[in-house]
Design a protein around this ligand. Structure first.
Ligand SMILES: CC(C)(COP(=O)(O)OP(=O)(O)OC[C@H]1O[C@@H](n2cnc3c(N)ncnc32)[C@H](O)[C@@H]1OP(=O)(O)O)[C@@H](O)C(=O)NCCC(=O)NCCS
Length: 312
């Protein structure tokens, strides 16, 4: 992802050493070659490889070593307000089912607690049986269900005939109470954020919405903030197609379709795909499909994912 603003740096946790096993924070330079080798074989076409230098340099990547050999990685981000995010767990294929994932995740939870994070979240695709088992084994529970989609918007003024109101940035002073927003209610009070890092979910607070508005990532279609609000992230690589520029997107208001239509007018002219996490709370996906949204060339549509959390 681009334009990520790092949370204030805290002292790095000391390594945990037990026999031949070492769990420690990775160094962007010294460990790069090993991370490269691990990612190249852990997941086919791993999107992280295309942004590895930036990804490592942003910090927070943890590794599990057997002797000197890196066999597992994952990332912990401090999102502020006592909340953390775990992502990008990868265990070398020949070392799976040996407890590396569980040990590294448990260490991440312990480190998070030590850094003042009381809740840590992660997201898993429904069909990733191994990851779901791993999360369960580390005490995570599912708190929201949604559909991760990368879609191509229809041409403006699509079959629905809805007039696309222009999108405009929200003034931080007009940010509404998050409890009034359907997209947040449907996500059990959680919010797809763009700052300090995009693509993470955090507890929705007015302060966070204000920060997103200040960063220019909160837009509204029309005048009614409770109807047409949406979150637009900075351009970044797609998780499925490294070369495409796209934006993150989520609707928060009542009028999803009107907001999506307004956004499509903007993004089609930029040739971008949209990535979003519409909550599965009824008829959103069928409505978007009916309005002409389709799966991108490299993209997918409506992959079911669960958001999990654990109290540290
Ligand atoms: C998901 C992954 C990290 C699991 O790592 P791992 O080191 O093999 O997991 P562990 O050995 O620590 O196992 C943890 C628990 O999950 C269970 N588990 C692991 N893989 C499993 C599988 N394929 N099927 C069923 N259960 C599985 C283990 O039995 C264990 O359960 P237990 O604690 O009740 O005994 C690994 O499979 C991987 O790297 N997958 C590819 C990358 C990926 O999908 N990342 C996640 C993106 S969200």
């Amino acid at each position: 992802m681009t334009a990520e603003v790092d949370a204030p740096r805290k002292a790095l946790p000391p390594p945990l050493v037990e026999g031949r096993t070492t769990l420690r924070m990775l160094d962007a330079q010294a460990d790069r070659a090993q991370v490269d080798r691990l990612l190249a074989r852990a997941v086919p076409d791993d999107y992280l490889l295309s942004m590895l230098d930036r990804w490592l340099a942003a910090g927070g990547v943890m590794g599990g070593f057997d002797g000197d050999e890196l066999v597992a990685i994952q990332r912990l981000d401090d999102l502020g307000e006592g909340e953390g995010w775990i992502g990008a767990i990868r265990v070398a294929p020949e070392r799976r089912r040996e407890g590396w994932g569980r040990r590294l995740t448990q260490w991440a939870i312990d480190v998070a607690r030590g850094m003042g994070m009381s809740t840590v979240r992660l997201v898993i695709e429904d069909d990733n049986v191994a990851s779901r088992a791993l999360a369960k084994s580390n005490g995570f529970r599912s708190v929201a269900s949604m559909s991760h989609s990368v879609g191509i918007a229809p041409a403006p003024a699509s079959a629905t005939g809805l007039a696309a109101a222009p999108l405009r940035p929200v003034d931080p002073r007009e940010v509404p109470d998050p409890r009034e927003l359907r997209g947040i209610r449907a996500m059990n009070g959680l919010l797809l954020t763009t700052t300090p890092r995009p693509m993470r979910f955090v507890r929705a607070s007015r302060e966070r919405l204000v920060r997103m508005a200040e960063a220019g990532h909160l837009l509204v279609a029309g005048d009614d903030l409770r109807a047409g609000l949406c979150v637009v992230g900075p351009p970044g690589p797609s998780s499925r197609a490294e070369t495409r520029v796209m934006r993150l997107f989520a609707t928060l208001g009542e009028d999803d379709l009107g907001t999506f239509e307004a956004a499509s007018a903007v993004y089609r002219s930029e040739g971008a795909e949209l990535e979003g996490f519409p909550p599965i709370d009824g008829d959103r996906l069928p409505r978007l499909r009916a309005a002409g949204w389709r799966s991108g060339e490299h993209a997918f549509w409506g992959e079911q994912v669960q958001l999990y959390e654990v109290r540290t």
